[in-house]
Design a protein around this ligand. Structure first.
Ligand code: DOR
Length: 391
């Protein structure tokens, strides 16, 4: 257990504990106590959070860490440092690696590398099918046993409906949800929502991007489907109209949509239809981007971009979308700062800052937000009671 740490003077917002008040918080590996005007003990490290918001550590449930296989795009070290800078004490990483995370050995070796080299918590998401080819189902029990928190054929959609139905059956007794990486989005979402409905398996729609997909999600839920959904910063704020000006650098999957779609997503976040904000951090080298590789580096700008997209979103809801909700969906320990829980904390300020992608620690520097001024900035990220990042 690390020495204790006192975070003093901040506005503590914890939606699960129903706290929104000026409170001090003492942590070590876990949260020890919350109170008003806590006195520092002798030798105790103190973080001054005056004027800042103190929240449960943010969790980004959609990150491409690129390990194993593509170290030119990102590595565990750089991706998790980017996460800390962005306020994320934990991330879930996608299986579209080389080779794919499709057997227990690949999950175990990733977790061994994470234990050695990661700066924040990392939870692996395993493939649904071998090599993510959509044909042969992985051993979902064994993957879950090895530490996978969800299943997805990210980067490729599991095309064969029979295989997906089989996956829902094989995963029925597991906590881990199936994640649909929907492409082409609306047809894919329709099929997977139907499968969610008939199988009763818990499902999650990654990077929802259109009004119609959102409407289908609501219709499926109304009939009893257990489906959560996420939105990315770029789909909330950027549109295809804006994209043409910037050429291949704005390529992403799913593509940027219309202003009407982006508006629908923002409404969906406000009214509770969308459960999670997730960056889809998908770094590529500058050369690969020039050749048309889809994806943006998202971790270091996400929090500021979400705030820019949703300026009127109540703070407790903003925080739930980034902590309690992803923790619940992936069945993780974090998401709240009640005493006894892991001391993962994000401290941020409502203070404008200018994005300079050339200063990213991520190896990927392509973002549609380069040069933008964003209204919210992370000032510290604490993992298990240790200050791992401080602005
Ligand atoms: O744009 C994207 N890039 N979307 C994805 O879902 C995959 C990602 C990648 O891995 O590069």
């Amino acid at each position: 257990m690390p020495e204790s740490l006192l975070i003093r003077g901040g506005r503590l917002v914890d939606p699960i504990a129903s706290i929104d008040a000026l409170r001090d918080i003492r942590v070590s590996g876990i949260v020890l106590e919350i109170g008003e005007h806590l006195e520092a003990m002798s030798g105790e490290q103190v973080v001054d959070a005056n004027g800042a918001i103190v929240s449960p550590g943010f969790i980004d449930m959609h990150v491409h860490l690129r390990e194993p296989g593509e170290p030119q795009k990102e590595r565990i070290e750089t991706g998790t440092q980017a996460a800390l800078r962005g306020g994320f004490s934990a991330i879930a990483c996608m299986p579209n690696t080389s080779p794919a995370l499709d057997d227990p050995a690949s999950i175990e070796s990733l977790l061994a590398a994470v234990a050695q080299r990661a700066h924040c918590r990392v939870y692996p998401i395993a493939a649904i099918t071998r090599r993510r080819e959509g044909e042969e189902l992985c051993d979902l029990d064994a993957l879950s046993e090895a530490g996978a928190v969800a299943f997805s054929d990210d980067g490729g959609w599991t095309r064969d409906a029979r295989v997906m139905a089989e996956a829902a059956k094989a995963a029925a007794h597991l906590e881990a949800p199936l994640i649909s990486h929907c492409e082409p989005e609306e047809a894919a979402a329709a099929r997977d929502l139907l499968l969610a409905l008939v199988s009763e398996k818990r499902w999650h729609l990654a990077h929802l991007s259109t009004r119609r997909a959102l409407e289908m999600l609501l219709a499926a839920r109304a009939q009893g489907a257990r489906v959560s959904a996420e939105a990315t910063p770029h789909h909330l704020l950027c549109t295809q109209e804006g994209a043409h000006a910037n050429g291949t650098s704005t390529r992403v999957n799913p593509p940027l949509r219309s202003e009407d779609d982006a508006r629908a997503l923002r409404e969906g976040v406000r009214d509770g239809a969308i459960d999670v904000l997730a960056s889809d951090h998908a770094p590529h080298t500058a050369e690969e981007k020039k050749e048309g590789a889809p994806g943006f580096s998202g971790l270091e700008v996400a929090v500021g971009a979400y705030a820019a997209a949703l300026p009127d979103l109540p703070l407790s809801r903003f925080i739930a979308l980034l902590s309690a909700n992803p923790a619940r969906i992936l069945n993780l320990e974090g998401g709240t700062l009640q005493p006894g829980r892991p001391a993962d904390v994000t401290i941020f300020r409502d203070e404008p800052w200018r994005v300079d992608a050339s200063s990213f620690v991520s190896l990927g520097t392509c973002t549609p937000f380069d040069g933008a001024t964003l209204p919210r900035r992370v000032v510290a990220t604490i993992v298990g009671g240790e200050v791992r990042y401080r602005a």
